[in-house]
Design a protein around this ligand. Structure first.
Ligand code: ARG
Ligand code: GLU
Length: 685
């Protein structure tokens, strides 16, 4: 008993109580957190955040596109999100004559707003814990059907939380008429680019503005000229009063994926196996792309989005591994598990649990790793998906008409440079062969490499002898004989095998995940002091914390607010990521800040970004950042690099989310965009 307590004293402290700032809470049960929130400065009530019966803040928050968050800021459907969330829409609407990414865009009237085909915005109508209904025998399909009908909703699903110990029903409405209203030029909206990504101090004006339209009954509808601006049940009032260190902040949004309860095996896999492999392989790809970009402007533009995509996770994984190492998460988890095992030893239902989980990891890890390695190497070759498309379409008996081939080309060989793909493919195949256990390498590939001598020589042959990249449409005879199509075809079995392990984390592979249901239940019995919150799963959550800086290194405190002066200090027309619009330089020169001026450390400037201690993750981009009165003070868009381990372990001393200050958003709209009329609509007088 003494030993048990001692072990617990060691380990339980670390994971015992969710510190004030940790957690992503379910809105409909936020009541349990309200006391803590009020102590920190929250002024509203639980049913102001979420209510089934009246308009609440949840009616002002939407999921934007597939993976971001957005918020209503006017009674007429005006919607705010990040620039990087609107990026693909802005790109889609751009052309050589109208380059909205470079120049920005401002609709000066409703008629000038630009519909974005395919863009959707999803509003949560209702959520409900249906665990007991399901336990009582109701079918999930019936519950969903009934909810959709009752709430006149197009989408409903039941999500397992705590690995299925609880089930929550979510009912949504999807709006399909969404129009672009405004975006700053990328030199503001993407200022700092990949250089500053995940970094503080930060100066990115990461926002864009849309408007949601509805039919005459204020219901979701397909695009139509007749549609009217949607009138949300609730929108956020904007506060221009600004932020002070210590102020309460709340983030309301759709975080995507965390794994706070996984065992040491899972953390070890992430920090020591998966991340290092993915980082090394992406470094190779990024180096090759950057080198080509530095030599040619057209290539820089063609590969900008691809580079940004590869680099975003690459940089995050490095911070995550570093953070987990610094926290000693693996060791702490091992201690925690030891203490748990001691407690579980005399409980038959739990006694063997950790052993079973351990065995499941041993069994699944080689397969999961093979899939991840395949994704980073073979799928890192751009031609592969195009070649595989020929292979599968034909194998499935489809006729590959000229039109179909043209479409596939647009999808897979978009902004394509053969030399880059060739250089990358040589390295990727060589890494694949070096790192993949032999039994996973398709036999015809092994034979072909032997014939050509090296993986590189074999790739040279692929690129020399293919007709896929230059010619189209190809006759069936030609594409079936093409070396790239044949190469792709050799991986059909590997792909089928990979599909069995295609889960968002290792621990979600069913052979492992099935144990977590019991483990989670046991943890909640055992570790009574711990404040449990469900892992993120792209459903609506509340996080709360305070505006605060942090100690980045010994003697190096990072303060909570950046200003226009920092932008000017970085400004450099020679460096693409730091080349600001002339308008901003002029405004700075003339100190023409108007009402947006603030005094900070004896200087007059304009606020740009701020730090806070909210627990956020991917998917929280675009989330409203609210003050104690529920007013909008910023838009969340990033975390600091050293915070990124918070997807596995949150450290309140270091973990910080980064938001663009709403005053900078308004300043840019007003002074740079000349769209002051929108401020009126937002009620900013
Ligand atoms: N790191 C942020 C996120 O995970 C922003 C990414 C977009 N910005 C960029 N420079 N790539 O989505
Ligand atoms: N930029 C991320 C997003 O798009 C948010 C940053 C994070 O991972 O916290 O969701």
């Amino acid at each position: 008993m003494i030993k048990k307590l001692f072990l617990c004293a060691l380990a339980c402290i670390t994971f015992a109580t969710a510190a004030a700032d940790e957690g992503m809470w379910l809105p409909n049960s936020i009541k349990g957190r309200i006391k803590a929130m009020r102590k920190m400065g929250f002024k509203l009530k639980a049913d102001d955040i979420y209510s089934d019966d009246k308009a609440s803040l949840k009616d002002a928050v939407v999921q934007f596109g597939g993976g971001c968050t957005g918020e209503f800021i006017s009674p007429e459907g005006l919607l705010l999100t990040n620039h990087h969330c609107g990026y693909s829409s802005i790109q889609k609407l751009s052309s050589v004559e109208h380059d909205y990414l470079t120049d920005g865009f401002w609709a000066m009237s409703r008629a000038e707003e630009l519909p974005v085909p395919g863009l959707t915005v999803t509003l949560l109508v209702k959520m409900e814990d249906v665990t007991s209904r399901i336990a009582a025998g109701e079918s999930e399909a019936e519950i969903i059907k009934e909810a959709k009908k009752k709430h006149n909703a197009d989408k409903a699903n039941i999500e397992p939380i705590y690995y299925g110990n609880q089930k929550v029903l979510y009912v949504y409405r999807t709006f399909r008429d969404v129009r672009l209203v405004g975006a700053p030029p990328s030199s503001i909206g993407k200022f700092g680019g990949d250089t500053d990504n995940w970094v503080w101090p930060r100066h990115t004006g990461d926002f864009s503005i849309f408007r949601v339209y509805a039919n005459a009954d204020n219901e979701p509808a397909e695009y139509s000229e007749e549609n009217m601006p949607y009138r949300p049940a609730r929108h956020f009032k904007v506060s221009v009063k600004g932020v002070e260190e210590g102020d309460f902040t709340m983030i309301y949004g759709f975080p995507g994926n965390t794994q706070e309860y996984v065992t040491a095996d899972a953390v070890e896999y992430v920090a020591e196996v998966s991340n290092p492999m993915k980082i090394a392989l992406r470094t190779i790809r990024l180096d090759i792309i950057s080198e080509a970009q530095s030599k040619d402007v057209a290539t820089r533009i063609a590969y900008a989005a691809k580079h940004a995509n590869i680099a975003n996770a690459w940089k995050k994984w490095q911070g995550e591994s570093l953070g987990l190492g610094k926290l000693g998460t693996i060791e702490k988890k091992k201690e925690y598990e030891k203490a748990f095992a001691a407690w579980a030893a005399d409980k038959p239902q739990y006694a063997n649990l950790l052993d079973s989980m351990h065995a499941a990891y041993d069994e699944v890890i080689p397969h999961y790793f093979a899939r991840e390695l395949f994704n980073e190497t073979i799928l890192g070759m751009e031609f592969f998906n195009y070649a595989y498309w020929f292979h599968t379409y034909d194998a499935n008996g489809h006729k590959l008409t000229a039109d179909k081939q043209a479409e596939a080309r647009r999808t897979y060989l978009n902004d394509y440079r053969k030399e880059i793909d060739h250089a990358i493919s040589r390295r990727m195949l060589s890494e694949y062969i070096a790192r993949m256990p032999k039994e996973n390498v398709p036999a015809p590939l092994a034979t072909a490499i032997e014939k050509h001598g090296t993986p590189e020589a074999f790739v040279d042959h692929l690129f020399a002898d293919t007709r896929l990249l230059e010619e189209y449409p190809l006759t069936r005879e030609k594409y079936l004989a093409d070396p790239m199509v044949q190469f792709a075809g050799w991986f059909a079995d590997a792909l089928a095998q990979n599909r069995k392990y295609a889960y968002r984390n290792l621990s979600n592979v069913p052979a492992i995940e099935k144990w977590y249901r019991t483990y989670m239940q046991a943890l909640r019995e055992w570790d009574e002091e711990r404040a449990f919150y469900p892992d993120a799963n792209f459903t609506l959550r509340v996080a709360y914390g305070t505006v605060t800086g942090y100690e980045n290194a010994d003697g190096e405190y990072h303060t909570h607010l950046t200003t226009l002066d920092g932008i000017i200090a970085k400004d450099n027309p020679e460096i693409y990521d730091y080349d600001i619009p002339q308008a901003l330089r002029d405004i700075y020169k003339n100190k023409d800040y108007g009402r947006w001026a603030i005094e900070l450390n004896g200087k007059t400037s304009v606020p740009v970004c701020f730090l806070a201690s909210n627990h956020t993750t991917g998917g929280n981009s675009g989330s409203p950042v609210l003050n104690g009165k529920g007013e909008l003070i910023g838009i969340n868009f990033d975390r600091t690099w050293r915070s990124t381990m918070s997807d596995i372990e949150f450290d309140p001393a270091i973990c910080r989310n980064i938001s663009v200050d709403i005053r900078y958003v308004l300043f840019v709209m007003d002074r740079v965009g000349g769209a002051g009329y929108l401020l009126k609509e937002m009620g900013v007088e």
